[in-house]
Design a protein around this ligand. Structure first.
Ligand code: ZDP
Length: 284
């Protein structure tokens, strides 16, 4: 079978986008997605994203397979890529023009609304964070928020703040993000028994109350250059711990995202780029 795809990236977090509008079932299996994501034996990507028909009044449905074949609920950088990809399919983006457009996208984390701006950036209404331990999910507490809870990992004690943006995040503030040995520490957080659905883990350095530096180890993927849901969770953790403002620049290895946790409606707004790289087709 031949599969057509377009490779996109959002700050170096890269995905294969597949036009799956003809069917509500993804055209390839999670195992085939993992093969395509392999950077040596496949095309290479942090995940595969499918554009499926909308349900319950939404314009489209988004599903994602991580590079290890697991399926996350949401993907912040991915949904910016998704928005640009469908705007191309819909004719709202052509080589000549960008027509500002807002979409209602159904995801496993609920309805998410990306808005394509005239300059090509995308602002996404990422919804409300979920903060109660069971909603993350984590067993670090019961019935309450988890803010700087002591957690032993790799023979060290860390202070863990937990936030769900539909998918689970464990946020840890450190003095110097460069000193964290992500590939060693990351998987130990990801697979720690206090996270029954595993977790994404973010290490954050507060440069200023409105400027946070973050490095991420993603559940089911590993080290990536950026994570949109993780950047949103970073600002929520910054506010909960009194370390940051509600509007911040979050600097990731692949570039910066602007994140606002609105006091008025409790929702997260993420602004950043998404870039098409190339289209191709592959026999699987
Ligand atoms: O929760 C997970 O399993 C993540 N690997 C999903 C992808 C999140 C992401 N990088 C984002 O930008 O939010 C892509």
């Amino acid at each position: 079978m031949k599969i057509d795809f377009t490779k996109y990236h959002g700050l170096g977090n890269d995905f294969l986008l597949i036009d799956n509008r003809q069917s509500s079932t993804p055209l390839i299996t999670p195992e085939q997605a993992a093969v395509l994501c392999d950077r040596h034996f496949g095309v290479g990507g942090d995940g595969v994203i499918f554009v499926l028909p909308g349900v319950e009044g939404s314009d489209y449905t988004m599903r994602i397979f991580n590079s290890d074949s697991s399926e996350p609920e949401m993907c912040g950088n991915g949904i910016r890529c998704f928005a640009k990809f469908v705007a191309n399919l819909d004719g709202h983006i052509t080589p000549e023009k960008i027509v500002p457009t807002t979409y209602k996208i159904h995801t496993l984390a609920g309805i998410i609304k990306p808005e394509i701006l005239g300059d090509g950036n995308i602002t996404v209404d990422m919804g409300k964070p979920r903060l109660i331990a069971e909603e993350i999910p984590t067993t670090l507490a019961t019935g309450s928020k988890v803010i700087e809870a002591p957690l032993g990992v790799a023979g060290q004690s860390w202070l863990a703040t937990c936030v769900s943006m539909g998918n689970p995040h464990c946020l840890v503030f450190v003095d110097d993000v460069q000193k964290i040995d992500l590939s060693v520490i990351g998987p130990q957080f990801e697979n720690h028994p206090v996270f029954p659905q595993k977790t994404n883990v973010e290490f954050i350095e507060v440069v200023a109350p409105d400027y946070l530096k973050m490095r991420v180890w993603e559940r089911g993927v590993g080290t990536t250059l950026a994570c949109g849901t993780g950047a949103c969770a970073t600002v929520v953790a910054g506010v909960l711990t009194g370390k940051s403002n509600r509007s911040c620049t979050v600097e990731l290895p692949g570039g910066c995202l602007q994140i606002t946790w609105s006091e008025a409606d409790d929702r997260l707004y993420m602004k950043g780029p998404a870039q098409a790289v190339f289209t191709g087709s592959v026999e699987i």
